[in-house]
Design a protein around this ligand. Structure first.
Ligand SMILES: C[S@@+](CC[C@H](N)C(=O)[O-])C[C@H]1O[C@@H](n2cnc3c(N)ncnc32)[C@H](O)[C@@H]1O
Length: 219
């Protein structure tokens, strides 16, 4: 699921669910099927507990977390993506550890808190990142971890539709917008990471990730 990050085409017609369902239906598989590298790097050292994956897409991150011992809630607006993700999890015997939730973050309100909340490339023309990521922060329990990864605005993929720059953020912008600061939060990682990736047509590329990891100290 990591490398083939196209973002939804920039039309305001229809709902987020329609837009993303259409996007997922356009290919039998949209993402790579591998967990995102910054998730693996940042979550490998954590004690497994409950995890929420916001915008889980085809489920590679949720599946990876489940295999690491996490109990996962994986949320996405696209029923097409979720069906694909759930089928894959069943195939590899991990469906018992993952709950798939179809919700639109424009209206969803978290009703519980998690030890880890991960939002990986939650970029959409129909959802301001500030709105989605604020929900992510709100869902972290005291002592828990917030992990936000996105395309850095200065290192966007050359493929797909990555032209609306307001969809992208730096780790500093996220920290400022969400008030990830003392005494409520400890900032563990604010980083820019360049990595090699492969585009949808096999082209080699370098992508730049914005990475924020923080621990909630208090509410
Ligand atoms: C760029 S993809 C990233 C998917 C996955 N996290 C990954 O890293 O491969 C963004 C995901 O967010 C989901 N999404 C977009 N808008 C959403 C919304 N309003 N509510 C919930 N999910 C949304 C899309 O369906 C899509 O699966």
């Amino acid at each position: 699921m990591t490398e083939h990050h196209h973002d939804a085409g920039g039309t305001d017609a229809g709902t987020a669910a329609q837009l993303w369902d259409e996007r997922y239906r356009s290919r039998p598989r949209v993402w790579s099927g591998r967990p995102n590298p910054q998730l693996v790097a940042e979550a490998s050292g954590l004690q497994p507990g409950s995890a929420l994956d916001l915008g889980c897409g085809e489920g590679a991150d949720a599946l990876w977390l489940a295999t690491q011992g996490w109990t996962v809630t994986a949320l996405d607006v696209s029923a097409v993506a979720l069906e694909r993700a759930a089928a894959h999890a069943r195939e590899v015997g991990q469906d018992g550890n993952i709950e798939w939730v179809q919700q639109d973050l424009a209206t969803w309100v978290p009703d519980r808190q998690y030890d880890l909340v991960s939002a990986q490339f939650l970029h959409s023309t129909l959802l301001p990142w500030q709105q989605g990521l604020r929900l992510a922060a709100a869902a972290v329990r005291t002592g828990g971890t917030l992990l936000i990864v996105g395309h850095h605005p200065d290192g966007l993929p050359s493929w797909g539709n990555h032209h609306s720059h307001e969809q992208y953020f730096t780790a500093e912008e996220v920290a400022q917008e969400l008030r990830i600061e003392a005494p409520e939060w400890r900032r563990d990682v604010l980083d820019i990471r360049v990595r090699s990736a492969t585009g949808p047509d096999g082209e080699a590329a370098e992508l730049t990730d914005a990475v924020l990891r923080a621990t909630r100290i208090a509410r």
